[in-house]
Ligand binder design. Sequence first.
Ligand SMILES: Cc1cc2nc3c(=O)[nH]c(=O)nc-3n(C[C@H](O)[C@H](O)[C@H](O)COP(=O)(O)O)c2cc1C
Length: 131
Amino acid sequence: VEIEDHDEQVLHGVVVAGDRRGRQLGYPTANVEIEAEPPPDGVYAGWLGRADGSSHLAAISVGSRPTYYGRHGERLVEAYLLDFDDDLYGEQVTVRLGEKVRDQVQFTGSDELITQMRSDVEAVRALGRPL
Ligand SMILES: Cc1cc2nc3c(=O)[nH]c(=O)nc-3n(C[C@H](O)[C@H](O)[C@H](O)COP(=O)(O)O)c2cc1C
């Protein structure tokens, strides 16, 4: 039996290919295609669970990448896994959303986004606790 925090949302989906921009930015993300309606836009601390039972601390972005797509982007759930360097494409995964770190922002360019993601990761590390 699994006991979940009241403020923790659990999503299930398959990791699909993104634009591969994340890799260039230094923050490669697993784009998780979920069947359900995505949770509200924002950046969250959370965990990505794999079929092998492992669970990985992640900075999770829910939103439409306004920096690159303005108001017309597709809403995505993307997870940047901390201390992780493996291929997740095609895997069925579980995403647990913990605390919200901030809202989505339309930055003026990649440099501003990268600077913000660096501090997001610090915030996630501070919030993260092993499951
Ligand atoms: C921790 C984190 C925070 C993010 N915050 C924003 C944001 O505020 N604004 C934005 O436009 N995109 C944000 N993104 C999404 C990035 O734009 C996206 O990951 C990047 O463009 C790579 O996209 P791709 O996976 O499709 O290649 C964030 C991503 C992460 C991992």
